[in-house]
Design a protein around this ligand. Structure first.
Ligand SMILES: Nc1nc2c(ncn2[C@@H]2O[C@H](COP(=O)(O)OP(=O)(O)O)[C@@H](O)[C@H]2O)c(=O)[nH]1
Ligand SMILES: [Mg+2]
Length: 431
């Protein structure tokens, strides 16, 4: 029975990429039976992201179809191998340069690049491509229940080979039309070379969703920014999320910096060493460690933790670190009320107001410790900000001046808290 409700849910159906933050940003995943663009700056490794998503879809029992204008099957398999994404050639239907070259003449450049040039110019490529796509999707058979995931790598390479770049719109529209009648969802890798404004505007509005990928100064960390159909007004300068391509390892969502700050002796070093395996403390200045750094993998996120010293002479450093961090853990000791007095100043320095943050209250089980409610009150922490208790794993292990092991579940709660705050914050910015 078809009701409007059914239609709505049909339109809203999402295909999960299984990359947590990306799915959140896409409102659940890629729009089903539609074309989404990975719209990338020249330096961004968008193909690796596409391969990661394709791999994740195959793990969800999708059939994969990979169309490449620039890479041969062997090269794609090698990329998958380097990313440690274990796919067999038999699990992917390839439409590659060679198969396209059956209909178009090909030239091999000295540098090994393959350039195909249509005999009948644009018309040949356009219809060949559309036929190939229809043919590859048709093979899955409309009768089977299996879904297909189509990757076009890369759409810009297709455009570059068309006599009239505007013809690419016809290819995109024809593909959209084919998808609307099949259980196929497509991801187009698009590299933004120097295309005309008109073409760019038309292409952007023809995609159902766009994931903008930009290079960042912290290469090879790229930023992701999503706009879904009709949302072309969304500013693309906002850095919403980050990813990093690891070889081996694949795509990791990456939160470049979470700052752990708070008064001296509150337990910042203890927290970072407890949260990460292989944390380092840099710049020993006498007995004072100036900066702690730790790396944590938590719920599929890659997190860099930076612990900053509480002393006033490090305020400049704190300010600089605050500039491109995505979240702040304010770490205080419930057993040191005097230390709390400096915390508000530190919050101002890292511009915590504008950033997701949580308050971790350490040493809650020590004699003289004040309550969480008292900390919240003293620091005037609004109700919506989580205040999370922490304590040492074992008091008998605690040594003066040496970071100690904190209770693992407390540490997990704090990491959960900050990741949730960041997700909430990003969702808020996306709409
Ligand atoms: N009893 C107790 N001691 C702690 C706790 N966390 C840290 N410490 C101790 O407090 C001191 C300062 O900790 P540290 O992590 O170096 O603080 P930082 O100055 O903020 O980096 C060290 O001696 C730690 O062993 C805790 O939860 N309970
Ligand atoms: Mg320290």
């Amino acid at each position: 029975m078809h009701t409007w409700l059914d239609l709505d849910s049909l339109i809203a159906e999402r295909i999960r990429t299984n990359i947590p933050l990306l799915d959140e940003m896409l409102g659940g995943g890629l729009p089903a039976r539609s074309c989404t663009a990975l719209w990338s700056e020249v330096e961004v490794d968008a193909t690796s992201l596409a391969l990661q998503i394709m791999y994740n879809r195959v793990c969800q029992s999708d059939r994969a179809v990979f169309l490449s204008m620039t890479k041969k099957t062997r090269q794609v398999m090698q990329m998958l191998d380097e990313l440690a994404l274990p796919l067999e050639p038999s699990e992917i239907t390839f439409i590659d340069v060679d198969s396209l070259a059956n209909n178009v003449e090909s030239h091999h450049h000295d540098d090994g690049r393959v350039m195909t040039v249509s005999e009948r110019k644009g018309e040949g490529i356009k219809s060949t491509l559309i036929d190939k796509i229809r043919g590859a999707l048709g093979k899955s058979g409309g009768a089977t229940n299996s879904r297909t995931f189509l990757v076009i790598d890369s759409f810009s390479a297709i455009i570059d080979r068309l006599e009239d770049p505007m013809d690419s719109l016809e290819i995109l529209n024809a593909t959209s039309e084919i998808l609307s009648h099949s259980e196929t969802t497509a991801l187009f890798v698009f590299t933004e070379w120097d295309y005309g404004e008109e073409l760019v505007a038309k292409l952007r509005s023809a995609f159902q969703a766009i994931v903008d990928l930009r290079a960042t100064p912290e290469k090879p960390i790229y930023s992701m920014n999503v706009s879904v159909a009709g949302a072309s007004q969304v500013s693309s300068s906002d850095r919403l999320a980050f990813f990093k391509v690891q070889r081996p390892g694949g795509v990791k969502i990456y939160l470049p910096k979470i700052i752990v700050t708070g008064p001296f002796h509150a337990g910042k070093s203890s927290f970072i060493h407890s949260a990460s395996n292989g944390a380092v403390s840099a710049d020993r200045l006498g007995t004072t460690v100036a900066l702690d750094y730790g790396h944590v993998s938590h719920r599929g996120f890659f997190i860099d933790l930076f612990g900053t010293p509480g002393q006033t002479r490090f305020d400049r450093l704190l300010e600089r670190l605050g500039e491109n961090s995505v979240g702040i853990i304010l770490l205080v000791s419930a057993a040191d009320v005097r230390g709390l007095s400096r915390v508000r100043e530190q919050m101002r320095l890292v511009r915590s107001e504008g950033l997701p943050h949580v308050v971790a209250v350490n040493k809650v089980n020590l004699r003289g410790a004040i309550s969480l409610a008292a900390v919240r009150n003293l620091l005037k922490i609004p109700r919506r900000i989580p205040v999370i208790p922490m304590q040492a794993r074992d008091l008998s292990e605690v040594r003066p001046e040496v970071p100690c092991r904190l209770n693992p579940s407390d540490v997990q709660n704090v990491l959960d808290g900050i990741v949730n705050e960041i997700l909430k914050f990003e969702r808020g910015r996306a709409c």
